[in-house]
Ligand binder design. Structure first.
Ligand SMILES: Cc1cc2nc3c(=O)[nH]c(=O)nc-3n(C[C@H](O)[C@H](O)[C@H](O)COP(=O)(O)OP(=O)(O)OC[C@H]3O[C@@H](n4cnc5c(N)ncnc54)[C@H](O)[C@@H]3O)c2cc1C
Length: 387
């Protein structure tokens, strides 16, 4: 069922209409097959780029769409209703563009951003390592000064779009800037020694390739550091706040799909001589699913509107990620239940949605880490100077 959205402008309403039309034509017909065959839909991202859907929250001066974050996220949600892997890809691409947009030099913004946010290039974000996921400060991959540039070595793990992306916002230790220093780099696949490992074999979201990226003494040219030396972790974490909102929107779209499938089935399926929707036990389950979807949507919109207003939103972003992804897990699991035995088969998408929801509680900071972030904010905010 199309979600009735409150949008700030006619332009935003037109954008949602365009997204629905494009997603119905290009995403919905491919999703099940590509997921089953574990195929990455590069051509779909090219299409999204062509119509301007890969740069919505970035400034028009650099070729972006100049849209509020609250509008961009609703576009992501609409994409996720049709295909979560693609919506996640849009969110990761946006995350990958963030460091240059916010911390890049004037030259980097002018020379690199238009192609990135214009969607002709696809981005990836390399923060995690095999032993450093929840605690990225424990990373080991490094870049050591070599003349004007650096030599980078090590391995980044779990890279969404690994092997398919055109640029990688990559966080590496830079020991020349201090013992614990981490800096951000703009890496491209043409650099010799920078290569993708074979993709991970995942439980779900199989249309989205995830692979480790190897750095075998990669000569990183001058001009590729983004932001100040040693500021990498702060850059990574600030980008993650907005990335968490992207994941929230993906989770809500996925949950909405599961709800739609469950409602449609409950209207058709009969047991004990009537439609199962007319059994209160099923209607209440559906009602709880709808309440979870709508409250999760409201939660990410509150956080996005704070971001759009220039107010701090880190705590709200973690709350949105926690609420939306837990809602997606519950709603997709309940959708399988509403479909009964049919829900457990691959004849219906409910089981795929359930597998896809699981990872959302894990990436961009597990939900335990979101609780940690929320708890830290509560402790800080409850300790005012006059306290
Ligand atoms: C499909 C997929 C795509 C991904 N894409 C990317 C990407 O594009 N870029 C990128 O950089 N990373 C990416 N990741 C990595 C992802 O962000 C990490 O997997 C995640 O942060 C968790 O890290 P970990 O897997 O090392 O788990 P661990 O850190 O080993 O955690 C294991 C368990 O311990 C818990 N835990 C850890 N520390 C604490 C604590 N202090 N308190 C309570 N519980 C704790 C965790 O919640 C978890 O349940 C992706 C992962 C997946 C699965």
């Amino acid at each position: 069922m199309a979600v009735d959205r409150e949008l700030p402008t006619q332009e935003a309403a037109d954008l949602i209409a365009l997204t629905r039309e494009l997603a119905d034509a290009e995403l919905a017909p491919r999703a099940a097959e590509y997921e089953r065959e574990e195929r990455f839909p590069r051509e779909v991202f090219a299409k999204l780029g062509e119509v301007g859907l890969l740069g919505l929250p970035f400034g028009e001066d650099v070729g972006g769409g100049g849209q509020p974050y609250a509008v961009y996220l609703q576009v992501v949600e609409e994409l996720a209703v049709r295909w979560a892997s693609v919506a996640l890809g849009v969110s990761v691409h946006t995350l990958a563009c963030g460091p240059i947009d916010r911390f890049g030099t004037e030259e980097q913004r002018r020379d690199l951003l238009p192609e990135m946010v214009g969607g002709r290039l696809l981005g990836a974000y390399c923060l995690s390592e095999a032993h450093a996921g929840s605690d990225p400060a424990a990373m080991r991959a490094r870049a050591v000064r070599d003349g004007e540039g650096w030599v980078a070595s090590g391995e980044k793990a779990w890279v969404t779009h690994g092997g398919h992306a055109d640029f990688y916002s990559t966080f590496l230790r830079t020991p020349d800037d201090g013992e614990r220093a981490i800096s951000c780099f703009h890496l491209t696949p043409d650099l010799p020694g920078f290569s993708a490992a074979p993709p991970e074999q995942k439980m779900g979201l199989t249309g989205s390739t995830t692979a480790a990226m190897r750095l075998d003494d990669v000569a990183v040219p001058a001009g590729r550091m983004v932001g100040e030396p040693g500021r990498g972790l702060a850059i990574a974490l600030s980008a993650l706040d907005s990335g968490r909102l992207g994941v929230s929107a993906v989770a809500v779209g996925l949950a909405q799909s599961a709800l739609d499938v469950a409602v449609a089935y409950a209207l058709e399926r009969e047991a004990f001589g009537r439609r199962i929707v007319d059994h209160q036990g099923v209607a209440f389950l559906l009602a709880d699913m709808a309440a979870a979807v709508e409250s999760a949507r409201a939660t990410y919109l509150v956080a996005a509107r704070r971001k759009d207003a220039g107010r701090p939103y880190s705590r709200q972003a973690s709350i949105a990620k926690l609420v939306a992804t837990d809602a997606a897990m519950k709603v997709t699991t309940d959708a399988v239940q509403v479909l009964g035995g049919a829900g457990y088969t691959r004849d219906h998408p409910a089981e795929r949605y359930m597998r896809e929801a699981k990872v959302m509680q894990i990436f961009e900071g597990t939900n335990q880490i979101q609780r940690m972030v929320i708890g830290k904010h509560l402790a800080q905010e409850a300790t005012p100077a006059n306290g």
